[in-house]
Write a protein that binds this ligand. Structure first.
Ligand SMILES: [Zn+2]
Length: 263
């Protein structure tokens, strides 16, 4: 389910909430802008396991699964990420994402922007061992952490650059251990015909495990999915608020009031 589908599904509600803003012709959806600190407070209180519906909403094969399957996979992928965090730290005898990357022979670069600016991208891993962290997004978000009330919610522990690096590092780790790791071994059968069949990995499992891995490596006390909203906020408070609403709905929670509204 993509954002537009979610919007369609929520239309009976949003019609009421958004007045008559729903466009007849295509237009970017409008979202109420929510106060950053309130959004962060809400999101940091959702345990990573409760993010399963949101985590799978980006999965191309999501329509093939039911909630029972999503929940069970979420648990297994979270365990996988945590297990490999311990395994890798033990193996290399270091704990910071930078030291781990160096020990594993990765090339890490910190350009300001992605070369292709057609989509929002904060970091990426490319085989065989290249990671890029895009600093424009990191710097924008970092500015907000200078506000004491934001720092209090996100804690001293947060190092945005390190968190993004740890996430990407997992994608390298799962390639390295692809013959045994859960995220590469777990597959679903797309079709079979006599002795022929086509099996596919589930991308969401890799993303969930990468988030759990990054949380374990950096030691932040909340799920790194919070960064989806926090990093987007630097570019568009409105889009970030839309994403926040979506995460809250998926987690079965009620979003906070909009900016300036009496609480
Ligand atoms: Zn990823």
């Amino acid at each position: 389910m993509d954002r537009n589908k979610v919007q369609e599904a929520l239309n009976p509600i949003t019609d009421g909430l958004f007045g008559k803003q729903r466009p007849v012709r295509y237009e970017r959806p409008h979202f109420k802008v929510r106060p950053l600190v309130r959004m962060l407070q809400d999101l940091t209180s959702i345990p990573i396991e409760d993010m399963y519906a949101y985590a799978f909403s980006r999965e191309p094969l999501n329509g093939k699964f039911d909630d029972g399957q999503r929940k069970s996979w979420m648990k297994q992928a979270v365990c996988c990420g945590r297990e490999y965090a311990e395994k890798i730290c033990c193996l290399y005898g270091v704990r910071s994402p930078e030291e781990l990357s160096e020990a594993m022979g990765l090339k890490v670069e910190y350009p300001t922007f992605p070369e292709n600016a057609d989509r929002v991208l904060f970091a990426e891993f490319r085989e065989p061992g290249n990671i890029k962290i895009y600093m424009d997004a990191v710097k924008k978000a970092h500015k907000f952490t200078e506000r004491p009330e934001v720092k209090e919610v996100l804690t001293e522990q947060l190092d945005i650059k390190g968190l993004l690096l740890a996430h990407e590092l997992f994608h390298f780790v799962e390639e390295k251990y692809k013959d045994e790791i859960f995220t590469k071994q777990e597959k679903i059968r797309l079709w079979s015909l006599g002795p022929l069949h086509n099996d596919s990995t589930v991308i969401a499992l890799s993303e969930i495990a990468a988030m759990a891995f990054a949380q374990a490596i950096t030691g932040i006390p909340y799920s790194p999915y919070v960064m989806d909203v926090f990093l987007v906020y630097g570019y568009s408070p409105e889009e970030a608020s839309g994403l926040y609403e979506e995460i809250m709905e998926y987690a079965g929670k009620i979003p906070c009031c909009e900016e300036g509204e009496p609480v």
